[in-house]
Write a protein that binds this ligand. Sequence first.
Ligand code: ATR
Length: 273
Amino acid sequence: MTKTYAIIGDPIDHSFSPALHNTAFLFLGLDCTYIAYRIPKGELEYGIEALKKIDISGFNVTIPHKIDMMKFLDESDTECKLAGATNTIVNENGRLKGYNTDVDGFLDPIKKRKIDSKDSDVLLIGAGGAARAIIAGFSKEKVHKITIANRTRERAEELIRFAQEIGLKSDYLDLQSAGEVVNRYKFIVNATSVGLKGIGCPISTRNITKNSIVYDIVYVPVETPLIEQSKIQGATIIYGWEMLLAQAMKSFEIWTGKPAPYEAMKLTLLGRF
Ligand code: ATR
């Protein structure tokens, strides 16, 4: 019988996940299909019941449900517990097990480049949904300190507390000061939505150097203004699509137990930008 997988969230119509996973299923000749299922905020419980009724094999979870979904899990992995959020669910006869592939998906492109993050200083720009998995990832890697720069200080303070709770040194900078002292950080990660559709740069890039590693979570366009300008400064670049692809591959591997077809999935993803 065909196995069905899904992504749940709202909005969901522009998600790349159905194309990525269906490519991988086809490529490996698996009798599986992956759908997008919009569940608005406040309707998560009903949505999950509906998914159980169609005997869903597994699903991904995106905005706005990554944190709320934790309440509905029967079991969760270490990364879920660390991040306080889940993005990948396995359904075994109505028992839901949660995973968080955003955490290792974020780290994957860093490790692929053989970059050591232990004891480094990190400048994390942004305090929205993506930031928690990034902080959880860096805590696994035992970085020295994570400085959070955000337009709204209160949101950053909340994440600073979260980082400290999971054992990381953490402090705050406003966006302007962050641009001035950016050269003190090995990693500069953009987790804001600034740069989306090619508009805007979250901080000044004047002081970015060739020793900087600039990781932009924004993946549309591939070359954001932050990436373009950081390249000119000679920085090492990590693209947002690499994290998107890595987290999808890890979900796929949890569900199927098979290595995800990297090249096929990458072609599908980059072909859609
Ligand atoms: P989520 O990631 O949970 O969807 P979001 O509301 O999309 O959250 O915001 C993501 C991040 O982008 C936040 O850090 C947000 O800053 P605020 O906390 O101050 O809202 C940041 N952001 C969005 N637009 C921005 C802008 N024009 N300038 C600076 N930061 C911005």
